[in-house]
Design a binder for this molecule. Structure first.
Ligand code: CUK
Ligand code: CUA
Length: 623
């Protein structure tokens, strides 16, 4: 805050009373200076608020892409302000922009799309271990899907359903040479094929590791595994992906799943898997044509590394050296040396555990680990409600018997952290500036909002020797993971491009009707199908009325010909469940049946102009 501003706000009634009371109570012993400090100043000094302060008109340094958990969406944050900037509907219905209503979104979602999703793990495409700003991929645990979001328009452009498996959970991208594959873990074991022929023999259930081509979104191959699959990550060589298994027992109820003291990390050798597929050493399951290779124990495509007990998160260090498996029910993390994985696959090691180079004891409930690029790791402790900062090199020394303390600091977070994430921490560019802790419980940290509390996403400054908590951020249910990307790596468009493939099919339909959507306002009748083309320029629709007959299938195509940045229009048709967004230079369309004779107004839902309320027209439906 500037001195001028401080002076102006310094003598609010509240500060004056507070400071005055302090002076009176302490009989003037050095408290007089507090007269000149505001409440905000004191808060700032004690809680570090200036670090997150992004002044009005200033921009954040990083984008945060947050999963929306069981909302099924992706959210865009600014870091360090922790302001939520926008939301991108993915697996969910969103009435604001018409996601699930417009023809363009329904082409992505499919006709009978489920109305919910459970999106945990958003990850950006990379080239040689650096974010490339093109796509974000995210999975849907609820309905076993993977989506791709285009980062230029910040819209979901592809969704695929993965066959043969259920409950996709862990998702990561191939880093090197590029993305490449999207790796996804199916968490729950089911019969294969799961077509009802065998319900009763859980010991025969199984699950698969899946690789998707991130460019075509076709499913490249699947790998049959023992146990189950939780979280995953890829290496920095382009050779391996690794996944945690917490149910090596193959149990179907909790007690069974917790029985073993050790479960494992399974490492996939992607070169060998590709070779096996190429050589035809695969099967298929049911109706699916996806090649399925056998990666169960005994296979030379995989390595099973026993780890204590029910590991959860799997995080590759940004120096490319280690996979870190987070113990969950064990207070440890298991560090796997990726060079030694090479040695194992070359037949040079005796025991799978020979790839382990450290197993630091960190605290209760380690779930996920992030990195600062300076050799330190930051692990969330779910049960202890802490982040523990530890040094990787020291943990390796301790594992070799040296008496070193690898723990640098434990910081309380509020409360029960799941994922954490550092700025650029899953790339070679890890810069060690900020860490976000995604806490599952907020309890007393915010004003009460009824029985359902917000989550608490906390921002921690990790640029110095010690971690410093600087911000509490309430979030609607339930972010699981986030990526923090420098703003220079993301290049969103300010306006739609007229040749964007997102609405190309609609533009092609217009062309078949002899319509130029940026110019023509016209109704085309084709039997009982009616196509209504109109433009928008603030504050008017190109058609202020159109006439159809009861029972007609009506497609309304609206093109926003405004060139002005941020000048979005809406098209909401009253009493028809229709609303959609039309951004500058965008074409959006919606199809519905005009089954209610009478006059139905359509109106603009974005406050676009002083005459926005007047931006409307009538659909006249004849009996
Ligand atoms: S998971 Cu939620 S806290 Cu789905 Cu990556 Cu660990
Ligand atoms: Cu257009 Cu409001």
């Amino acid at each position: 805050m500037s001195q001028d501003k401080k002076d102006r706000v310094g003598f609010t009634r509240r500060t004056f009373l507070g400071a005055g009371a302090a002076v009176a109570g302490a009989a003037g012993v050095g408290y007089a200076s507090s007269l000149f400090r505001t409440v905000a100043d004191v808060r700032a000094e004690t809680e570090g608020a200036p670090k997150t302060h992004v002044a009005p008109g200033e921009l954040d340094e990083y984008y945060g892409f947050w999963s929306g958990g069981q909302t099924g969406e992706l959210r865009i944050y600014g870091i360090p302000s922790m302001r939520e900037l926008n939301r991108i509907p993915v697996f969910n219905f969103d009435g604001a922009i018409g996601w699930g209503i417009t023809n363009e979104s329904r082409r992505v979602l499919g006709e009978n799309f489920p109305l919910n999703g459970d999106a945990h793990h958003p990850h950006m495409s990379q080239i040689d271990g650096h974010y490339d700003g093109r796509y974000i991929y995210i999975q849907d645990k609820a309905n076993t899907r993977v989506a791709r979001i285009r980062c230029d328009i910040m819209r979901t452009d592809r969704i695929v359903t993965i066959p043969n498996v259920t409950a996709l959970h862990g998702l990561r991208v191939q880093r090197v040479p590029k993305t490449g594959y999207i790796f996804v873990n199916a968490e729950f074991r089911v019969p294969q094929p799961n077509d009802g022929r065998d319900l009763e023999n859980p010991e025969k259930y199984g699950t698969l590791f899946t690789a998707i081509d991130g460019e075509t979104m076709e499913i490249a191959w699947q790998v049959q595994v023992d146990g189950n699959l939780d979280n995953t990550d890829a290496d920095y060589y382009g050779r391996y992906a690794a996944s945690c298994c917490y149910n090596s027992e193959g149990g179907t109820v909790l007690a069974e799943m917790m029985r073993n003291e050790r479960d494992w990390v399974v490492i996939f050798n992607t070169e060998r898997i590709e070779a096996a597929v190429k050589a035809g050493n695969y099967t298929t399951i049911g109706d699916s044509e996806v090649p399925v290779v056998d990666g169960r124990h005994g296979s030379d495509l995989t390595l099973y590394v026993p780890t204590p007990k029910s590991p959860h998160g799997l995080n590759t260090s940004p120096d490319g050296k280690y996979f870190c498996a987070n113990g969950k029910l064990s207070p440890t993390c298991t560090l796997i040396d990726i060079d030694r994985v090479d040695e194992w696959f070359a037949g040079k090691l005796k025991e799978p555990r020979d790839v382990v180079v450290a197993e630091p004891e960190l605290g209760l409930g380690p779930l996920h680990t992030a990195y600062d690029g300076r050799g330190n790791a930051y692990t969330t402790l779910f049960i202890d409600s802490q982040i523990v900062k530890w040094n990787i090199a020291d943990a390796i020394r301790a594992y070799n018997g040296e008496p070193v303390d690898y723990i640098r600091q434990k910081l309380d977070v509020h409360y029960q952290p799941g994922h954490n994430h550092t700025t650029l921490g899953e790339t070679r560019d890890a810069d060690g500036k900020w860490l976000v802790s995604l806490n599952k419980f907020s309890k007393d940290r915010f004003l009460a909002t009824g029985p359902l509390h917000p989550e608490n996403d906390q921002l921690i400054d990790i640029s110095g020797e010690t971690m410093e908590l600087v911000h509490d951020g309430p979030a609607y249910v339930e972010p699981h993971d986030a990526v923090l990307v420098h703003r220079s790596m993301v290049r969103p468009l300010r306006r739609w491009r007229r040749d964007d493939p997102y609405f190309a099919e609609t533009v092609a339909m217009a062309a078949r009707d002899g319509i130029e959507p940026t110019r023509d306002n016209k109704v085309i009748r084709d039997g009982n199908r009616v196509r209504v083309y109109m433009t928008t320029v603030a504050p008017v629709y190109g058609l202020t009325e159109f006439r159809v007959r009861k029972g007609d299938e009506v497609t309304v195509v609206v093109t926003n010909v405004d060139q002005v940045e941020d000048l979005t229009h809406g098209f909401c048709l009253t009493n028809h469940g229709v609303n959609m967004e039309i951004g500058p230079q965008q074409t959006s369309s919606v199809t519905f049946v005009a089954d209610k004779p009478g006059v139905h107004w359509y109106y603009c839902t974005w406050f676009c102009h002083a005459l926005h309320m007047e931006m409307r027209g009538r659909m006249l439906v004849e009996v």
